[in-house]
Ligand binder design. Structure first.
Ligand code: MG
Length: 398
C-alpha cells in the first residue's frame, strides 16, 4: 500500500509513522507533507525513502533540499502538484492528519479517484461535509476511514449493521479539564490551564477545543457526515476515563461500545489495515485490576459549543459548518494570543454564526466562501473589542 501522508510532523502524523515503521512490508510512503518543520519532514523522507515532499514553507524546503546530496526527494510546489500525484497510480491511500482544513482539496481528489482516505482532520468534514461525501460517492463509496477515536469506535460498532437498525450514536467525551470548574470562573481561565488535558496528549488547537468542548461539537458534525445520521440521533456523554471511545444504540435497545486504552495508535492502525486487524502496538486493557467507568450528561450551560453544533445541523441548506469551524479557529488563535477570554471562544462563534445567518448553499464554493466570510467577520468582531484595564479582553458578553 503506497501512502501519501499529510501532516507528517504533527502528533498524529508521528503516530502514523510509528504504525508504518512497525509494518515495513505492508506500506511505503510516496509523499510526505508538513507545515514548517522542514528538518523533521526531511529526516522522515530519508528514513522512509519517500520520493516526494511538500511543506507549507516552500522556500525553506527548497533551500534545505538544495543542501542535500543526491538522491534527494522531489519537492511538490503546491496543492495542485500534490493532487496530481494523489490522483496518479503512485498513491493508493491518503492519510490526512494536516492541521485544520488545509487537506481539503487532496482529500476530495483522493476520494474522487476511488482511493481510501484515513481522515484525522475532522475540520474538513465540518467545513465541507456535503462536498466530501459527494466526492466519496463519485469515487465509488466506502472510502472514508475515520482516525478520530470516537468515530473509529462508532465505525467499528456499525460494521455489518444495516443503517435502519441504528437508533442513536453515543459520542463519549472526557469532559476536559474544566468539568468541575464553576461557570463563573470561565472568563478567567488561562491558556496554560486550558492546554493541560487530563487524558490525551495533543496539539494546542485540539487541546483548547477539548477544554471548550468545541472538539466534541466538531465531532457531532463530523459524525453526522460520516454516518449519515440526523442531529437528534447523535448524543454526547461525558465519560472521563476515556476507555469507552463511543457507542451505538440499536432499535432493539442494544448498545455496542468499543473499549481500549486511550492511544491513537489503535485507530490509526485500524484505518491503515481495514478490513484486516493486526496485533496491538498499544497497551491492552487490563481487567485483572479494578476499573470504574462513569457516564454523565454534559453541562450545556458551561459548554454551549454542543448547542451551537446542533444549530449548525438544524440548518442543512446553509454553509454553517464552515462558519462554525472558521470562527472557532479565529477564536482559538485569539485566546492563545491573550486577546479573548476562554468563555469568549463560544461567544465569538455564536456571534459569527448569527452574523452569517443569511448565507445559503452547501456546495464546495459556498463552503469556501462562508469560510472566508466568517473569518473576516470574526476577526472584525475581535478588533472592535475594547480591552479592559490590565488583562485579557473580556468580550462579547451579550
Ligand atoms: Mg476525538
Amino acid at each position: 500500500m503506497r501512502i501519501a501522508l499529510l501532516g507528517s510532523t504533527g502528533i498524529i502524523g508521528t503516530k502514523v509513522l510509528n504504525v508504518i515503521r512497525a509494518h515495513p512490508d505492508a506500506f511505503s510512503l510516496t509523499a510526505l507533507a508538513a507545515g514548517h518543520r522542514v528538518d523533521a519532514l526531511l529526516a522522515t523522507a530519508h528514513e522512509f525513502h519517500a520520493p516526494f515532499v511538500m511543506a507549507a514553507d516552500t522556500d525553506a524546503l527548497h533551500d534545505a533540499l538544495d543542501a542535500l546530496p543526491d538522491p534527494r526527494p522531489t519537492q511538490l510546489r503546491d496543492t495542485d502538484e500534490l493532487c496530481s500525484l494523489i490522483a496518479s497510480p503512485q498513491v493508493d491511500m491518503l492519510v490526512c492528519a494536516a492541521s485544520g482544513t488545509s487537506g481539503l482539496k487532496p482529500v476530495i481528489t483522493a476520494l474522487e479517484h476511488g482511493k481510501k482516505v484515513a481522515l484525522a482532520s475532522k475540520e474538513i468534514l465540518v467545513l465541507a461535509g456535503r462536498a466530501v461525501k459527494e466526492a466519496e460517492q463519485r469515487g465509488g463509496g466506502h472510502l472514508l476511514l475515520p482516525i478520530d477515536s470516537e468515530h473509529c469506535a462508532i465505525f467499528q460498532c456499525l460494521e455489518h449493521q444495516p443503517h435502519r437498525f441504528v437508533r442513536r450514536l453515543l459520542l463519549t467525551a472526557s469532559g476536559g479539564p474544566f468539568r468541575h470548574r464553576p461557570l463563573a470562573d470561565f472568563e478567567t481561565i488561562t491558556a496554560s490551564e486550558a492546554l493541560r488535558h487530563p487524558v490525551w496528549n495533543m496539539g494546542a488547537k485540539i487541546t483548547i477545543d477539548s477544554a471548550s468542548m468545541m472538539n466534541k461539537a466538531l465531532e457531532v458534525i463530523e459524525a453526522h457526515w460520516l454516518f449519515e445520521v440526523p442531529e437528534p440521533a447523535i448524543e454526547v456523554i461525558i465519560h472521563p476515563q476515556a476507555i469507552v471511545h463511543s457507542m451505538v444504540e440499536f432499535v432493539d435497545a442494544s448498545v455496542l461500545a468499543q473499549l481500549a486504552c486511550p492511544d491513537m495508535t489503535l485507530p490509526i492502525q485500524f484505518c491503515l489495515f481495514h478490513p484486516e486487524r493486526q496485533p496491538a502496538l498499544c497497551p491492552h486493557l487490563d481487567f485483572t485490576v479494578a476499573h470504574t467507568l462513569t457516564f454523565e450528561p454534559p453541562d450545556h450551560a458551561k459548554f454551549p459549543a454542543l448547542d451551537l453544533a446542533r444549530h449548525v445541523l438544524r440548518h442543512p441548506d446553509q454553509p454553517l459548518g464552515a462558519v462554525f469551524n472558521a470562527a472557532n479557529e479565529v477564536a482559538v488563535d485569539a485566546f492563545l494570543a491573550g486577546r479573548l477570554s476562554f468563555a469568549g471562544i463560544t461567544r465569538l462563534v455564536a456571534h459569527t454564526l448569527d452574523a452569517c445567518s443569511d448565507l445559503r448553499g452547501t456546495a464546495l464554493a459556498d463552503a469556501l466562501h462562508a469560510d472566508a466570510h466568517a473569518r473576516a467577520l470574526a476577526a472584525d468582531a475581535l478588533d472592535k473589542l475594547v480591552p479592559p484595564r490590565g488583562g485579557i479582553r473580556s468580550i462579547m458578553s451579550t
